[in-house]
Write a protein that binds this ligand. Structure first.
Ligand code: BES
Ligand code: MN
Ligand code: ZN
Length: 495
C-alpha cells in the first residue's frame, strides 16, 4: 500500500473514496466542513435526518456523482467523553475495515484533524495511528488456503494533514512501520507449527538481515549452546526432533558506545507440555507459544524501517516442547548457564527454562535495559484477561516507561509485583530452585524465577499469554505487543 501526506483541502484531491469523521455533537473538523461544502450540505442533511449520528465507530458509505470522489465514507468519532486515543483507534478501525471491503482502489483519509482530548496527543500521533491502523486492517493470512479470498483492492491512500514536513512524515513512517511489524508478527504466529519450527524461525531472521542492511543476524545451534552451558534451554528441546536455535539480531543505529536495549523473546514453536502433557482441547493454539519471539521480529523489522539513533539487540530462544523417549522428565535436575541448578517438576513450565539461559546470555551485550516477552503463564490470563499484558520489573523507572509506552500506543500493560515474599515458593529440596511455584500467583512465581537470572541489569518481563492472539471465531495472532515495543524503543532515542 502506498500512503502519502497532503496538505491540500479535500476538494482538491481526487479519490475513489473520501473518508471523513463526524462527532456526535459539537463542531465538525475543518476537513469535514470543507467536504460538506463541496457536497452542497449533504452531510449536514444526513446528520439532521438522523441517518448519520456520529456514534463512535459507526460507519456510513454512499456513492456521489460529479464530485472529486466517487463515494463517501463517514465514520462516527463519538461524543465529548469518547475522545481518548483508544476510542480514536476504534473509529479508525471501523472506517478502514469498511474501506478494505469496498471497491475503492484509492482513498483520501481526513481523520487527522479529529480532536483527541489527551493533552500530550498531537496531530503527529494521529497521523501515526492512521498509518498503523491502515496496515493493521489490510492484514490477511491466506497462504494455506487453496482458494484465496480476493485481496483488498485498496492500493493508495492520501492522508490529509496540516502540512507535509519532516515531523508528520516521520510520524507516518513510524505508524506504517509499526503496522507492518505487527503484520510480520502475525504471519509468524499464524504459520502452522509443522512449518514454523526453530530452524524456520532462524531462516526468517536470516531473511530479515538480507532484506534490511541495518540488521545483522547470528544463529547458534545446539552444539554451540551446549558449549555455553545452556542446559536449561536444551532440556526443553530434548524431546523434539527439531533442534533448538538461539537467534540473535542486532540493529546498531546509535553510537558504538551507546549501550543497547535488548529484547528477549520466548520462541516455543509448539508447546505440547512435554512429558507433563497438556489436555487436548485447544492445544493447537500452543503454536502461538512463540508469540514473544514473533513480537521481537516485528519490532526489529519496524526499527529497521524507521532507523532511529539507538542500538537494539534481539535474542530469540527457539525450541519445540515435545514428549518422547529423549524428553526431559519431571524430577530431572539441570544446571543453567548461570550455574544455578533447576529441578524441573513440570515440563510444561518450559518458557522460563529457555528464557533463563537467554537472559544469562545477553549479559555479554552490557545492556542499557533488557525486556523479555513471553506467552509465559495461563495464570496471567486469569489475572488480567485479554486486555492487558502483565508487566514485571526490577526497575521502577523502566516499568513506568513501559507503562507510558503502552498507554500511548493503545497497547496497555499492567504491573504485578515480584516481591521477595514470593521467592520461597520456588524452593526445591534437591536443587537451587524448582521450575514451578504451585497454583497461587502463577504469573508472579514465573516472573520471580526469571528475576533470579536478571540481577545484573535493568530488566522487565512482559507476560503476553492473554494478548498475543485471539481464540475462537477470530482466531489469529493479534500483533501485540509490537506497538508497545516500538513506542518504548523510540522513547529511548536521544536518552
Ligand atoms: N505456554 C504456556 C502458557 C500459556 C497457556 C499461555 C495457555 C497461553 C495460554 C506455558 O508454557 C505453560 O504451559 N505454563 C503453565 C505453567 C505451569 C505448569 C506452572 C501454565 O500456565 O499452566
Ligand atoms: Mn508450557
Ligand atoms: Zn509455553
Amino acid at each position: 500500500m502506498n500512503v502519502t501526506l497532503s496538505s491540500k483541502t479535500p476538494d482538491a484531491i481526487k479519490a475513489d473514496c473520501l473518508v471523513v469523521g463526524v462527532p456526535e455533537k459539537g463542531q465538525w473538523p475543518d476537513s469535514t466542513q470543507q467536504a460538506d461544502a463541496a457536497l452542497g450540505g449533504l452531510l449536514a442533511e444526513l446528520h439532521k435526518a438522523g441517518d448519520m449520528t456520529g456514534k463512535l465507530a459507526s460507519t456510513l458509505m454512499f456513492p456521489v456523482s460529479d464530485k472529486p470522489w466517487d463515494r463517501i465514507l463517514v465514520v462516527g468519532t463519538g461524543g465529548d467523553s469518547d475522545r481518548s486515543p483508544a476510542n480514536y483507534r476504534k473509529a479508525l478501525t471501523a472506517a478502514f475495515s469498511q474501506l478494505k471491503d469496498s471497491n475503492a482502489r484509492n482513498a483520501l483519509v481526513t481523520l487527522a484533524d479529529t480532536s483527541t482530548n489527551t493533552t500530550d496527543w498531537t496531530e503527529a500521533d494521529r497521523v501515526s495511528l492512521i498509518g498503523r491502523t491502515l496496515e493493521d486492517q489490510m492484514y490477511r493470512f491466506t497462504g494455506f488456503k487453496s482458494e484465496k479470498a480476493p485481496a483488498p483492492k485498496l492500493a493508495k491512500v492520501t492522508v490529509a494533514a496540516s502540512g507535509t514536513g519532516k515531523a508528520l512524515k516521520d510520524a507516518l513512517i513510524l505508524g506504517l512501520a509499526t503496522g507492518r511489524g505487527m503484520n510480520l508478527t502475525r504471519d509468524l504466529g499464524n504459520t502452522p507449527p509443522n512449518v514454523c519450527h526453530p530452524t524456520w524461525l532462524a531462516e526468517q531472521a536470516e531473511k530479515m538481515a538480507k532484506d534490511h542492511e541495518v540488521i545483522k543476524t547470528e544463529v547458534l545451534d545446539e552444539k554451540q549452546m551446549k558449549k555455553l552451558g545452556m542446559n536449561s534451554l536444551l532440556s526443553v528441546s530434548a524431546g523434539s526432533a527439531q533442534p533448538a536455535k538461539l537467534i540473535i539480531m542486532e540493529y546498531r543505529g546509535g553510537k558504538s558506545k551507546d549501550k543497547p536495549h535488548v529484547l528477549v523473546g520466548k520462541g516455543i514453536t509448539f508447546d505440547s507440555g512435554g512429558i507433563s502433557i497438556k489436555p487436548g482441547e485447544g492445544m493447537d493454539e500452543m503454536k502461538y507459544d512463540m508469540g514473544g519471539a514473533a513480537s521481537v521480529f516485528g519490532a526489529m523489522q519496524a526499527i529497521a524501517e524507521i532507523k532511529p539513533a539507538i542500538n537494539v539487540v534481539a535474542v530469540v530462544a527457539a525450541a519445540e516442547n515435545m514428549p518422547s523417549g529423549t524428553a526431559t522428565r519431571p524430577g530431572d535436575i539441570v544446571t543453567s548457564m548461570s550455574g544455578q541448578t533447576i529441578e524441573i517438576l513440570n515440563t510444561d513450565a518450559e518458557g522460563r527454562l529457555v528464557l533463563c539461559d537467554a537472559l544469562t546470555y545477553v549479559k555479554r551485550f552490557e545492556p542499557a535495559t533488557v525486556v523479555d516477552l513471553a506467552t509465559l503463564t495461563g495464570a496471567c490470563i486469569i489475572a488480567l484477561g485479554h486486555q492487558a499484558t502483565g508487566l514485571f520489573s526490577n526497575d521502577d523507572a523502566l516499568a513506568e516507561q513501559l507503562t507510558a509506552a503502552g498507554e500511548r500506543a493503545c497497547d496497555r500493560v499492567w504491573r504485578l509485583p515480584i516481591w521477595d515474599e514470593y521467592q520461597p515458593l520456588l524452593d526445591s529440596n534437591f536443587a537451587d530452585m524448582q521450575n514451578i511455584g504451585g497454583r497461587a500467583a502463577g504469573s508472579i512465581t514465573a516472573a520471580c524465577f526469571l528475576s533470579r537470572f536478571t540481577k545484573d541489569y535493568r530488566w522487565a518481563h512482559l507476560d503476553i499469554a492473554g494478548t498475543a492472539w485471539h481464540s475462537g471465531k477470530t482466531k489469529g495472532s493479534s500483533g501485540r505487543p509490537v506497538p508497545l515495543l516500538v513506542d518504548y524503543l523510540m522513547s529511548n532515542v536521544g536518552k
